[in-house]
Design a binder for this molecule. Structure first.
Ligand SMILES: [Zn+2]
Length: 461
């Protein structure tokens, strides 16, 4: 019985773990590696686990760095089941179709160049047909369900408290009369996140595979997110400006709607038009509405008061480009939530192009901004930015709210380990120095032996 660390080990994307017992093989997650184009393509094209030898796939949640390379697996001939929670099945449908569209567009863009230079054509990493083939393999499960993924490999789904439908999984392995239990907390959420329930604690683990994304730092308190959001909105509205919120379509957009519902309901912010400007975010928001059984008690209570917190009358769900243009042109006070979260593409660019030069407006940063993105330049206070090739003065207020994160921070991770009390810990899903810092903290606490596996490494159970 062993586990092999295939991806998302010393980095935070491309999550992939292979679990083997009694000659059976189950893959946990098949995420897309995201990075520089050539490196990403090389890693994502070369599947580290031959699809023909797999008995099953277990998917933790619908983020692309965990599910985004499933279409490549289907493209390579994998036709076994992909197990996930019911909410993840639906969310992954939207995410993978969008990912396939991006892959096809990316290849078409590259082929404009290769055609001119007489080079061989680039094929997309995968196509819409591959995404559909993968989606046909999905099987939905409830939290608390245990399934037999393969003979000798049973898998339990528990709430990860990270995004809607996210799961931590306990793999119970049996081989030659021996048993081993491996738990995966990758990704692991935080206590008190809006909408969803808190992470559940796994138990009796021989090995805990734990993420370390924020293993060296502390987030601002979740509770302060709403107050800070309200203060920023009120300051902007007092100036007669608009609040522009670049946001990821999945989870962050719905979290913002949740906070706005609370702020409006309690009268802390006066009601102004709110626009969710993204067909994908609108679709994902509808899926949230269909999985209310995943909501926490506070959200359940709010549902009763508001009759649908995520689709109340005050949110205008904007699907068409024409409607989006109308909002961009309108200069009245309001709140616009639009992807992409790092301002790299998507409708937020049109809003920024129109609004970044107006000192009355606020650009509210509520998510991680990678290097070399427009979002990062805004956070760093660039006086001018380029949008669609034109230069614009940044006169709007740019404010970063640090309380928004769906990942456990150092203290959350420590608290999780103290409660679960695993017999060994393997840290993954973190940049090497951050992972090393968390390993040091855990060793100082003498919680359990801590492993820092390399990509491809095998650990016996
Ligand atoms: Zn995630």
């Amino acid at each position: 019985m062993h586990i092999q660390f295939l991806g998302g080990v010393e980095t935070v994307t491309g999550s992939q773990h292979l679990v083997e017992a009694g000659g059976r093989r189950v893959l946990r997650d098949c995420g897309l590696f995201q990075g520089k184009r050539d490196e990403a393509r090389a890693i994502n094209t070369q599947l580290r686990c031959p699809s023909a030898t797999l008995d099953a796939v277990v998917l933790s949640h619908a983020h692309i760095d965990h599910c985004g390379n499933l279409p490549s697996l289907a493209r390579a001939g994998y036709a076994g089941p992909i197990h996930a929670t019911h909410a993840t099945v639906e969310l992954a449908g939207v995410m993978l179709r969008d990912a396939a569209r991006i892959q096809e567009q990316d290849a078409a863009y590259l082929n404009q160049k290769t055609n001119r230079q007489g080079l061989p054509a680039v094929t997309p990493l995968y196509t819409a047909a591959d995404a559909e083939a993968a989606l046909k393999l999905f099987q939905g499960h409830r939290y608390g369900d245990t399934l037999e993924a393969a003979p000798g490999i049973r898998v339990l789904f528990q709430d990860a408290g990270h995004i809607l439908g996210s799961a931590v999984n306990v793999f119970t392995l049996a081989e030659n009369g021996r048993q081993a239990r491996v738990g995966f907390a990758v990704d692991l959420g935080r206590k008190d996140l809006p909408i969803i329930r808190d992470p559940e604690f796994m138990s009796d683990l021989d090995l805990l595979v734990l993420e370390s994304t924020y293993g060296d730092r502390l987030h601002d308190d979740v509770a302060s997110a709403e107050e800070e959001l309200g203060t920023a909105i009120n300051r902007t509205l007092a100036r007669g400006g608009k609040v522009l919120i670049p946001s990821f379509a999945l989870e962050r957009a719905q979290e913002i709607l949740y906070h706005l519902a609370n702020l409006f309901r309690s009268g802390r912010v006066r009601k102004v038009p709110v626009y969710l400007d993204s067909p994908m975010a609108v679709e994902l928001t509808h899926i949230f509405g269909r999985h209310r059984d995943c909501f926490d008690a506070e959200t359940q209570a709010l549902l009763g008061q508001l009759g649908g917190i995520l689709q109340p009358g005050w949110v205008q769900l904007v699907s068409t480009v024409e409607d989006s243009k109308k909002i961009t042109a309108r200069d009245e006070p309001g709140i616009v939530i639009a992807p992409n979260g790092m301002c790299e593409h998507g409708r937020i660019l049109h809003h920024l192009k129109h609004g970044i030069g107006n000192p009355a407006n606020t650009v509210l940063i509520v998510g991680f901004q990678a290097g070399n993105t427009l979002g990062r330049r805004l956070v760093e206070g660039a006086p001018r930015v380029k949008i669609f090739g034109d230069e614009f003065m940044c006169r709007a207020e740019v404010l970063t709210l640090h309380a928004f994160s769906a990942h456990a921070d150092r203290n959350d991770l420590l608290a999780y380990v103290r409660k679960v009390r695993p017999r060994r810990i393997a840290l993954v899903h973190g940049e090497p120095d951050i992972r090393a810092a968390l390993a040091q903290t855990l060793r100082a606490e003498q919680t359990a032996p801590v492993l820092e596996p390399k990509t491809g490494e095998v650990v016996e159970l």
